[in-house]
Design a protein. Sequence first.
Length: 455
Amino acid sequence: MKAFQSIRVRLTLWYAAVLAVLLVLFSSAVYGFVYLRLSEQIARRLDDQYAALAQSIRDEPEVEELEELDRIGLTDAFEVRTDGGLLYRSRRWPASDRATTASTGETTTRHMHTELALYRVRRGTIDSDGQHFAITVAVSEREQRAMLGTLAAIFLAALPIGLCVALVGGWWMAARVLAPIAQLTARAREISAEKLSERLPIANPHDELGRLAAVINEMLGRLDSAFGRLRVFTADASHELRTPLTVLCAVGEAALQDGYNANACREAVGSMLEEADRLVSLLDNLLVLTRADADGAVIRREACDLGALASEVAELMAVLADEKQQQLVVDAPAGIIIWADPMLVRQAVLNVLDNAIKFTPVGGHVEVRVGGTATLGAVTVRDSGPGIAPEHRERIFERFYRADSVRASERGAGLGLPIAQWAVTVHGGRVELETEVGMGSAFRLLFPLYEGDKP
Ligand code: ADP
């Protein structure tokens, strides 16, 4: 049964089976057609001969006339009886029947049937000159039957030959059709996670196999870039984790070397906790992004007031703005209801506002405004900071990306904006950025409004 799992075997068998059915149908149709035509031919001959014999008896019902008819061969075989018995029987009358008649003087139906099996017979009676004539005309079917027999033999011989040809041809054709699949299989087997940049060969991009190979190649491309991103992400994450861990170790070692000075120890533990805090928040961010990638983040949507959420976050961050003597203006009217997970909205606003305060110099200006359009609710965080240069605008939403100018002075892992962007887009919203170097930046987070008919 294993052989039937091969497409080549199945294709060949299907091909042979279809051809066999076609051959049988075609042979039967031809045989039936020839049979009918021959049969019609015999019936016509019989009718003609019967009519000629009947006419002759009506004209002159004499034995000499019948002999003459027999001699010129107008009919195949005939027999004429009168009430007194057999009047005339043609020379070509079927042999065994002639013998029987000779012995009994009368036709026995059984014999007639046996011998006349190869004849088609028509009987009838006519009256002429006040006499009653029973006439029988027989037309031989021998030739037609032989012809049909030969035809049947030819068809019967053609069937197995045709089947053999179909099997061999089908096997060869299937091999030709499947050859590119074998090539694809061999090539696909060579492609591993380390060789994802390789692609399958496409012989003809317009046929089914070409399209399949193209689709697989596209998939390989996506896998390749996903693997690439994963590699970069892992490398960046390791790098980011390494820095606070190195600081932790260095502070710990320095404290040990300093001896057991209580103040120095307290200071060391304080900085170690600070670094541990950084580590924890970094790991939290990594976890958020990993879950987002795996579609494993739990999102609990509900109708929430964007103004209230933005005010809450602004209140929380006001301490940081105060520390930098920045003016934090909040204009967040209540009543703009969005359909979102409040935790994620808070996180997005927090990340953007944190950046605004972080990157805006001491004494600067930061504002948080909530507004909206017919379908979207918007939080805009505007600052009077350094702005973002065009070459960085596209890239600041990439993971671990930090613009160099601010990299050295401000500490951050470069995950704040990617998380904010994910938190917005996962709700079907988007992030817009307006910025000019030296003029500050404005990040606008847009969320879909609550339409009132959500579950
Ligand atoms: P992080 O703040 O941890 O560095 P983010 O992903 O939040 O990472 O931001 C990426 C980069 O975008 C920042 O390093 C900074 O260069 C730039 N950036 C973000 N917000 C601002 C802003 N308000 N003003 C100027 N630059 C910004």
